[in-house]
Design a protein. Structure first.
Length: 254
């Protein structure tokens, strides 16, 4: 987008509270189109429902620029865990209520909510273990400190392919091109199950419509390039770690 706009774009990470710290900062910034957040399901849907006052109202404080894409999670377990399918996991959890832990990127994140959604749908009890990001959760899973986790597919893909983790299912309604052999949770006995992250750009409310339109067109042009498609496909997991609030600042030239 920086190249297309002829502006320098600076990515400014604002971690904390599932991304709400960075999102709140943008809500209070000048509505001139020079500071926009990379927003996602956690900051615009989960946080406003989970927290009494996240510091912003997604309906009133932002204007949508455009959707970037969506990314489902994977349900992955340590190879030593006895379950080799969702059905076996559900049966094991029912036989051992309250004794199966699952890791997530943190309390209130999509991976946490997905785990609770899964447990409720399956009629089982799972114990949530929150981490400060996807990376630490997967590190403990690989080390056998927890038996299972919900993690973005690109983040777990390499370890699944290398036999370090076992993928039982993906959380979208369709299978992933990265893990085509892994069934969806909906296929595995929980019809209708769907839990995916959606990412996009928004701007502070009051940003002039011509600015929104220009940013939207630039975003669509950038997403249409082969280079960006490859980068997103290969490196999407780097944008998941911790689900930090990310601000893109467009620096004026001259």
């Amino acid at each position: 987008m920086g190249q297309l706009l002829g502006e320098k774009v600076v990515v400014d990470n604002h971690p904390g509270a599932g991304g709400t710290v960075g999102t709140r900062a943008v809500a209070r910034s000048d509505p001139d189109g020079y500071t926009v957040p990379l927003s996602f399901t956690g900051t615009l849907a989960i946080a406003p429902s989970l927290y009494r006052n996240p510091g912003y109202d997604p309906r009133k404080d932002f204007a949508p620029i455009g959707l970037i894409g969506n990314a489902p999670n994977s349900l992955v377990v340590h190879p030593s865990f006895p379950a080799k399918s969702v059905a076996e996991l559900v049966a094991y959890a029912k036989a051992n209520p309250g004794k199966v832990n699952f890791g997530s990127a943190g309390a209130g994140t999509v991976s946490h909510i997905t785990g609770e959604y899964f447990a409720h749908s399956a009629g089982i009890t799972l114990v949530h273990i929150p981490y400060k990001g996807t990376g630490p959760a997967l590190t403990d899973l690989l080390g056998g400190h927890i038996p299972m986790a919900f993690a973005p597919i690109p983040a777990s893909h390499a370890n699944v392919s290398g036999g370090m983790l076992r993928a039982l299912a993906v959380t979208s309604t369709t299978r992933s091109s990265l893990l085509p052999e892994v069934p969806t949770i909906a296929e595995s006995g929980l019809p209708g199950f769907d839990a995916s992250l959606y990412y996009g750009l928004v701007a502070p409310a009051g940003t002039p419509r011509p600015v929104i339109d220009k940013l939207n067109k630039t975003l669509q042009d950038a997403l249409g390039s082969t280079e960006v498609k490859k980068a997103i496909g290969a490196g999407w997991h780097r944008d998941h770690a911790g689900h930090a609030g990310r601000l893109c600042r467009f620096h004026r030239q001259g």
